[in-house]
Design a protein around this ligand. Sequence first.
Ligand SMILES: Nc1nc2c(c(=O)[nH]1)N[C@H]1C(S)=C(S)[C@@H](COP(=O)(O)O)O[C@H]1N2
Ligand SMILES: [Mo]
Length: 201
Amino acid sequence: MATRGFFGRRPSADDAARLPPGQYKTEDFPVLSAGPTPRVQTDTWSFTLKHGPRPLASWDWQAFNALPKTSVMRDIHCVTKWSKFDTKWEGVSIDDLLAAAGVEAPTGFLLAHSFDGYSTNVPLADLVDGKAMVATAYDGRPITADHGGPARLLVPHLYFWKSAKWVNGLQFTERDEPGFWELRGYHIYGDPWREQRFTGD
Ligand SMILES: Nc1nc2c(c(=O)[nH]1)N[C@H]1C(S)=C(S)[C@@H](COP(=O)(O)O)O[C@H]1N2
Ligand SMILES: [Mo]
């Protein structure tokens, strides 16, 4: 009897072309968090766009969910070496978020901030033109708390630590400022195709 285990982790040619160097394909969805899962309630939820300390726009859960929604299907890649193909997400694209805020991007760099105190830096160019969203649904359902619900950043073309769970804001910064993991040895940019796992890779 053929089982999936028989082939171990050797990917098919098709899969291999979609796997960045050093990654393996998984069907599970592992949970990776630096700390405990925060309980984020939608009735007190808010999301703020800032330039440095200055708020540019803010949304409560209802206002946020009235913004246009986009659906995407993307492969995701964790620095701990698992990749998951064809993950389905729905949320507000950063393009639509910036348009709703009615602001011209004041700088080319942002930090995403989260309810658990986590942060991660992403250049503006990696968030716009359909590349990223604030996701509120995964696989047709609200994102579960352990995977970052009610809302998480999704930047699927970079290692998954850039996809901040429990996200509550995006902050334009003057320079590319390292976030939580970037201050602790992870690469400042994190391109899986160039295997940018650690500082200096
Ligand atoms: N707020 C927050 N976001 C986070 C993290 C975290 O600890 N806190 N961990 C990051 C890391 S290292 C990874 S690999 C992914 C894991 O997301 P998952 O648990 O949905 O697989 O979330 C990222 N986003
Ligand atoms: Mo990670």
